[in-house]
Design a protein around this ligand. Structure first.
Ligand code: ZN
Length: 498
């Protein structure tokens, strides 16, 4: 198996640390995922991003006296769904605890979370690796909790403002075992995790909007040592690339400290994206600092196993499974299959095309080439474009049977994105059909021969190199519509065989 193209290759800095390796790196990740339910976790307020500040609040999420939380059923359903997809065991005993701390964005002065009974535990994620192997990354736990509000620092007026819209929106915190051994592995794990969550359709997974946030724990230890070293926690990374850069930086920093005879202190460090370095934020809290205790407002309850089974049955085919199946079913290589699987919509689109035409490799080339280029450059989703599997296949057939040259087919494709007209209509309207009739082609060749005496003489003298140039001239003259194969044949017959 070749390396799966789930991200850019590691940078130079990372490779350098690998080469003179005296230390192993140990990384664990914590992902906070915003679940895209319609309402918040314990009240009926809307759970949406970007509304006017403090417009989506009520006594429950503001923590006013006398208000009582009621669990949103959808949150539990999504959490179980994610847990099952991550191969977790599911706790049918659902219990919530209060995590106590004071901060201005937390109006109750405690956060409702799950302490000793996380809803999901002991799972794993399979991450395909460069070296034909699959890395198994353990999932320690995934627990439900509520989010806090948002502080906005207004430097101009020298004050801080707080927006409580996000207070009480549902989160799932997904914690890995310290199984990751490099910044690249961490990056690859995040890619697979995000893709899995996108397949489940439970979150926007948008790091820039904060709907997926990642903190990382990292430590080093001498090669061969089994005990874990002192770890630092990294925060404030707002892209997967930033996570990788922060981990690489911290790996190097810790190595330098230890090599110089120093000791690593357990602390939380903030990633500074502009400076590409991390800085100390505070020493790390322990769990007992939070004085966890069961939330008396939320009685523990038991989920029926049939409910869990029902959710299990509703799971879609997950990315790695789909990848394996698409490779087998359509005879595509690792890379091609992964491109298709990298978005659930693209994979579905491909499979619809594959029902209509059996040149799977060519369909895949069109999708991973022209189609994805348009999607990426226009920053659109597949649903925004007016191309359907049927129309793409019609176009592919026209290119395969020679009605359109490949070049012109790409133009037709771009027109097809803007209109609902059939491929035939577009070709007719734009006069784009490939010119293959010999009378017309002979006429074009006539002109080319008279206009390029030097090249013709060269060919007559036995040097066939300028043939390609002449074909190119013919294509230019016809705006790409001439059939290049036929032009080549006529040129040869007229110049060489004459
Ligand atoms: Zn509310």
């Amino acid at each position: 198996m070749n390396r799966v193209p789930i991200g850019t290759k590691s940078g130079l800095v990372y490779k350098m640390t690998i080469e003179n390796k005296q230390f192993d790196t140990v990384i664990g990740l914590e992902v906070h995922l915003q679940l895209k339910t319609q309402s918040k976790i314990f009240c009926g307020c809307a759970n949406n991003f970007g509304a006017e500040a403090n417009s989506q609040v009520c006594p429950v999420c503001l923590g006013l006296p006398g208000s009582l939380p009621v669990l949103n059923k959808k949150v539990l359903e999504y959490a179980v769904k994610i847990g099952l997809a991550l191969n977790c065991k599911i706790n049918s005993y659902i219990k919530f605890d209060r995590k106590n701390y004071y901060y201005p964005d937390l109006p109750k002065a405690y956060q409702i979370s799950q302490y000793d009974f996380p809803v999901c535990y002991q799972g794993f994620v399979l991450v395909p690796q460069e070296s034909s192997t699959v890395k198994k990354v353990g999932i320690t736990r995934a627990h439900i909790e509520e989010d806090a509000g948002k502080l906005i620092h207004d430097n101009e007026n020298n004050c801080s403002l707080v927006d409580y819209n996000r207070t009480g929106t549902p989160l799932l915190e997904i914690v890995t075992e310290p199984d990751l051994r490099s910044a690249q592995e961490a990056y690859d794990y995040l890619q697979i995790l995000k893709l899995t969550l996108q397949y489940l359709d439970v979150s926007d997974c948008d790091m820039e909007k904060g709907s997926l946030r990642c903190d990382a724990n990292i430590s080093i230890r001498p090669v061969g040592e089994t005990k874990l070293g002192v770890k630092t926690e990294l925060k404030n990374m707002n892209s997967f690339r930033a996570v990788k850069a922060a981990l690489t930086f911290e790996e190097n920093r810790q190595t330098q400290v230890v090599k110089a005879g120093g000791k690593i202190t357990q602390e939380t460090r903030l990633w500074d994206e502009a400076k590409q370095m991390s800085i100390t934020m505070r020493s790390k809290e322990e769990a007992h600092d939070y004085r966890y205790f069961p939330d008396p407002d939320l009685t523990p309850f038991q989920v029926d196993s049939s409910v869990i089974e029902q959710i299990r049955k509703s799971l879609p085919e997950l990315p790695v499974d789909k990848w394996e199946r698409i490779k087998k079913e359509y005879g595509l290589n690792d890379y091609d299959a992964w491109i298709l699987v990298s978005s659930p919509e693209i994979a579905a689109f491909f499979e619809e095309c594959a029902k209509l035409h059996t040149n799977y490799k060519n369909i895949c080339n069109w999708i991973s080439g022209s189609l994805m280029q348009e999607i990426n450059s226009r920053k659109l989703s597949l649903g925004d474009l007016r191309i359907t599997p049927r129309r793409l296949v019609e176009l592919i057939l026209k290119a395969e049977d020679g009605t359109l040259s490949n070049l012109v087919a790409k133009d037709v494709f771009r027109y097809a994105l803007e209109t609902d007209k059939s491929i035939d209509e577009i070709i007719q309207e734009k006069g784009l059909a490939q010119v293959s009739d010999s009378v017309t082609l002979e006429k074009i060749v006539d002109e080319i021969i008279t206009q390029n005496e030097n090249a013709v003489r060269q060919i007559k003298n036995g040097d066939e190199k300028p043939l390609g140039f002449l074909v190119g001239q013919a294509m230019k003259k016809t705006q790409g519509k001439a059939n290049p194969k036929k032009i080549g044949e006529i040129l040869k017959r007229r110049i060489i065989d004459a």
